[in-house]
Write a protein that binds this ligand. Structure first.
Ligand SMILES: Cc1cc2nc3c(=O)[nH]c(=O)nc-3n(C[C@H](O)[C@H](O)[C@H](O)COP(=O)(O)O)c2cc1C
Ligand code: SF4
Length: 485
């Protein structure tokens, strides 16, 4: 995991925990409407992939246990992890690309309703992503993956009729510096990081035709979420995935779906409209988008303010914000592993650690959220803006709401460290909150596609009756049960 060179260790901010009476009067524990859906309080657990789905993308007992544990803390809103909208194998990631996934998802919605005493509203994050391949062994890359062209023959000084096998072995024998000269940028990327598709690869029909395909896929997925009993969907327009790549300033598609801010926004708007038309009026439709891409040549805060205002005036029910989390600056993976978008500087923007730069990890996305929220209001829409990112105290959350920087304040890692923390704060028991130390141990597990747990509790009371252990048998899967009495 990348850390800024300054390597400043930041202590946790004071919790500013309220008494029960103060909490009762707090903005954070007051209701808010996300379109047709009312959150009982402005607390929120954003999407976190825990690597607990079956290899076929189904809800498992481990998935149910994971979400029930968050629901016990009764956040106003809980978002189920990024869930794939296509009917294609994608490993142990949840899927919603076919009706066969609905019964499991219905059980998940019922489980959360029950575990939260009906207090938590449940959303599911709908994601589309393009192909990312593992970094190959160089020998395999040159023997099989590379498409040999006359460009390679010419660079090696070989004639146009040289057999392909000879070109392949010629390339495989070159030193790195020579490969830099002979291969294209994309070929070098495929060799050293693993092949990765982009929305700008319009020479490939399936990429060119994404705008024709995605509105229907997202709409079908949202209809399934509604049928399964979710309160709404969060369209994943953030981080490194397809929809964020359309919004990206790096999207130079020339077919009306790129190049200008209007063009980049066109597909996200079309997807939203298709979803909105398909679902009922009581179902919330929002998105998660980036306040900034935080990569060279990436989208800026001005872009985000424009996108959010347009999405809000088009009728979105909420705008949830994240930042960074891109492939472009991801760390080089080991051979046999895929590049992961949270491993570079933009990953630190998304999930900053306690060891950080001058600005520190706490509330890095608050100032950008304030700018975006103002733009949304200036556009005549009062659509709620949701902010997360290094938020772990009552005082932070209350100040964000009091200053009008956002309408809902959430936490991913703090909620993983202590799924009961919202409840503890509300009950005037803030001193007993188990506070996240922003080590990113959990994110390290995510990067390795291992069951995500928190280092603060995963070795605790392993012999407790009924405790569910991770596949390696060494860690408990969810935080120990807490009860206020
Ligand atoms: C283990 C893990 C998995 C995550 N998975 C997702 C995801 O599926 N979708 C998403 O939009 N963000 C995901 N995130 C990012 C979080 O939602 C959140 O934006 C980020 O952790 C910053 O918030 P925090 O400082 O409160 O943790 C994930 C974060 C973690 C730690
Ligand atoms: S492992 Fe636990 S303490 Fe460390 S960052 Fe994740 S949630 Fe926080």
């Amino acid at each position: 995991m990348w850390k800024p060179p300054e390597r400043i260790r930041h202590p946790l901010p004071d919790g500013g925990w309220p008494t029960r009476e103060e909490a009762a009067a707090a903005r954070w524990f007051s209701p808010v409407h996300l379109g047709p859906v009312t959150l009982a309080q402005r607390t929120w657990v954003p999407a976190m992939v825990p690597w607990r789905a079956s290899d076929e993308g189904f809800v498992t007992p481990d998935v149910l246990t994971w979400y029930a544990r968050f629901a016990a803390g009764r956040p106003g809103g809980l978002v189920v992890e990024a869930t794939g909208i296509r009917d294609i194998p994608s490993g142990p990631l949840l899927r919603i690309g076919h009706d066969r996934f609905v019964p499991g998802l219905r059980e998940l919605a019922d489980t959360v309703r029950h575990a939260s005493g009906g207090e938590t509203r449940l959303f599911i994050q709908l994601i589309d992503f393009l192909t990312v391949r593992r970094r190959p062994e160089p020998a395999t890359y040159f023997a099989r993956h590379l498409q040999v062209t006359d460009r390679h023959r010419a660079a090696l000084g070989l004639g146009a009729d040289t057999p392909e096998s000879e070109v392949r072995s010629g390339l495989a024998g070159l030193a790195d510096a020579d490969l830099d000269r002979v291969l294209t940028t994309r070929e070098i990327e495929a060799l050293r990081y693993g092949y990765r598709e982009r929305v700008t690869d319009v020479d490939r029909p399936h990429i060119r035709e994404l705008p024709q395909l995605l509105p229907r896929l997202f709409a079908d997925a949202a209809a399934r979420a509604e049928a399964a009993g979710f309160d709404g969907v969060e369209l994943h327009y953030a981080h490194a995935y397809t929809m964020a790549s359309f919004l990206s300033a790096r999207n130079d598609r020339a077919d009306g779906y790129g190049s200008t801010p209007e063009g980049r926004l066109r597909l996200p708007l079309e997807v939203f409209r298709a979803v909105r038309e398909r679902v009922g009026t009581k179902f919330a439709v929002g998105c998660r988008m980036l306040s900034e891409e935080t990569i060279d040549g990436g989208s800026t805060l001005d872009d985000a303010a424009y996108f959010a205002s347009r999405l809000a005036t088009a009728g979105m029910d909420f705008i949830a914000l994240s930042r960074g989390g891109k492939f472009e600056d991801a760390k080089q993976p080991g051979v046999g592993w895929s590049a992961y978008p949270y491993t570079g500087p933009s990953g630190h923007e998304c999930m900053p650690t306690a060891i950080s730069d001058q600005r520190g990890p706490f509330g890095r996305n608050v100032a950008p959220a304030a700018v975006i929220r103002r733009a949304v209001h200036d556009a005549g829409a009062s659509v709620p803006v949701i902010v997360v990112g290094g938020i772990n105290s009552f005082s932070q959350a209350e100040a964000i709401l009091a200053d009008g920087d956002a309408d809902v304040v959430g936490a991913a890692r703090q909620s993983l460290a202590d799924p009961d923390w919202f409840r503890k704060v509300q009950l005037g028991m803030g001193e007993s909150v188990r506070r996240c130390i922003y080590s990113n141990y959990c994110e390290g597990l995510d990067t390795k596609h291992k069951m995500v747990t928190c280092q603060l509790w995963d070795r605790e009371a392993l012999d407790e009756p009924g405790v569910r252990l991770t596949n390696d048998g060494k860690r408990r899967q969810v935080a120990p049960v807490w009860s206020p009495t």
